[in-house]
Design a protein around this ligand. Structure first.
Ligand code: MN
Length: 228
């Protein structure tokens, strides 16, 4: 046993459909990866390559658990996203090899303090307080990649209190999953246990205490949480 001077933090892990736990190392996220969402945020979807930010692994919230309305925001948004779980690491991964690095998939929600993000953009400040806060990443059960068809198309939707807010198709990603992995691996060496939130379709909106969020990605799974 290492001589830790305080107790080490627990390993964050996501349940896998059929049993087992996927241990999480890092959580990467792609900004602005669906054209309609880029437009609703006031950007030209064709103007730039994908860009990345991170959330801490312990920001993950397992399926069905509630999320306390966070401090320091009055505009708390949902973003439903396809999440890819890396099973084989690498750097400078080629686009044509990229999908072989994926162990599995899940539906996730990139919760965002939109008012702080808007401030950060305007003030040219980092996004951490807008994106990487505690409990900002609900995630559903992982499915093994070999058990499902490649998620290259399919509905990606999010309802709040049974009302449809986001409804898109994975095929509408500006940068598909293979390109996202290849590009990310130019900046960071990827390792088994890394998760990648791949961006959200249009329809992001504010939620309040008591709201029930239910996300669905066809062929992959669901994710749900209640704001408490
Ligand atoms: Mn997002």
């Amino acid at each position: 046993m290492p001589n830790y001077v305080i107790s080490p933090p627990p390993q964050v892990a996501v349940p896998v459909s059929g049993g087992g736990l996927f241990p999480v190392r890092r959580v990467y996220c792609v900004g602005r990866n669906y054209a309609e969402h880029a437009r609703e945020m006031g950007h030209d979807p064709n103007a730039e390559p994908p860009f990345f930010f991170s959330k801490p692994a312990d920001a993950l919230v397992l399926d069905g658990a509630s999320v306390a309305y966070p401090s320091q925001t009055a505009n708390f948004h949902h973003e439903i996203e396809l999440v890819a779980a890396i099973g084989t690491g690498g750097k400078d991964i080629a686009v044509e090899d990229a999908l072989t690095h994926v162990w599995g998939y899940a539906a996730g929600i990139d919760l965002t303090r939109r008012d702080l993000q808007a401030w950060a953009k305007k003030a040219a400040k980092p996004w951490e307080i807008a994106k990487g806060f505690d409990h900002s990443a609900p995630i559903g059960t992982l499915v093994k990649a070999s058990a499902v068809p490649l998620p290259l198309r399919g509905r990606i939707e999010l309802k709040v209190n049974d009302e449809m807010r986001q409804s898109g198709d994975i095929a509408d990603m500006i940068w598909d999953l293979a390109h996202v992995i290849a590009e990310l691996s130019k900046y960071f060496e990827l390792f088994p246990g890394d998760l990648i939130f791949t961006g959200t379709p249009a329809g992001v909106s504010a939620v309040v205490k008591g709201d029930r969020l239910e996300g669905t990605i066809a062929g992959i799974g669901t994710v749900s949480t209640t704001i408490s």
